[in-house]
Design a protein around this ligand. Structure first.
Ligand code: ADP
Ligand code: MG
Length: 209
């Protein structure tokens, strides 16, 4: 059964950060097609700050890692997307303390993150936002709750990938792209792509473990 310790989980997020930092240009390019082309900059800034903060600290629980990631994203990314993306990691306070990352604990934390994202941004499935990748990924974790972390994450990645592809068909209802109306159809959403890359990097780390 693949499961990660607190130290492994920190290492996983350092790996995730490196992958997202490397995706800066492609995320800006995707955002530039219907947005203002800055999404990769915000994400790069956020994940550089995450690296800096978490690499020098030692953690007792996974909840603390999540909280640090969320707070650092909120502070460093700024703006509306800082609020949205940090919320992915900021729902953990009411949860029990986790010292192991497995499918169940990951699902609990991500489900709370999804609730927080939807509470802040008011986006629903089909609105052409990061929710279109995040919600299917969380649902996939729930569906594979009793399976190995590597397996459930693989399903979550597939679900997020499908979600990103579907965003091409949707008309944007939030963010800058909503002013483009039907011109936003045909282009994938940048934030949904970021969610896919986060899950993909988590899966890669776990499968290399
Ligand atoms: P900005 O729109 O301020 O330029 P970014 O380019 O960093 O911010 O992020 C844009 C992404 O944010 C979009 O691709 C979308 O996925 C996500 N987003 C925008 N508004 C919302 C919202 N209300 N709820 C969820 N995600 C959103
Ligand atoms: Mg933008």
């Amino acid at each position: 059964m693949t499961q990660l310790t607190v130290a492994d989980t920190k290492e996983m997020f350092l790996y995730v950060a490196d992958q997202l930092i490397d995706s800066k240009e492609s995320l800006c390019e995707i955002d530039g097609r219907i947005g203002d082309g800055d999404h990769g900059f915000g994400i790069e800034r956020g994940f550089q700050a995450i690296k800096q903060t978490i690499s020098s600290k030692s953690y007792e629980t996974i909840n603390e890692i999540y909280k640090d990631i969320g707070m650092v994203m909120l502070r460093s990314m700024g703006g509306a997307s800082g609020v949205i993306f940090s919320s992915m990691f900021l729902g953990v306070s009411p949860l029990p303390v986790f010292e192991t990352l497995n499918t169940k604990s990951l699902f609990e934390m991500m489900r709370k993150g999804l609730e927080k994202v939807k509470g802040k941004g008011k986006a629903e499935l089909g609105d052409k936002t990061m929710v279109d990748a995040f919600e299917p990924a969380v649902n996939a974790l729930e569906q594979y709750l009793d399976t190995d972390l590597e397996v459930s994450l693989r399903h979550a990645v597939h679900a997020a990938e499908e979600g990103v592809n579907k965003t091409k068909e949707y008309m944007a209802k939030h963010g800058r792209a909503k002013f483009l109306y039907e011109r936003s159809v045909g282009v994938q959403d940048a934030g949904a792509t970021t969610v896919l890359l986060i899950f993909k990097a988590m899966y890669e780390y776990v499968s290399m473990k």
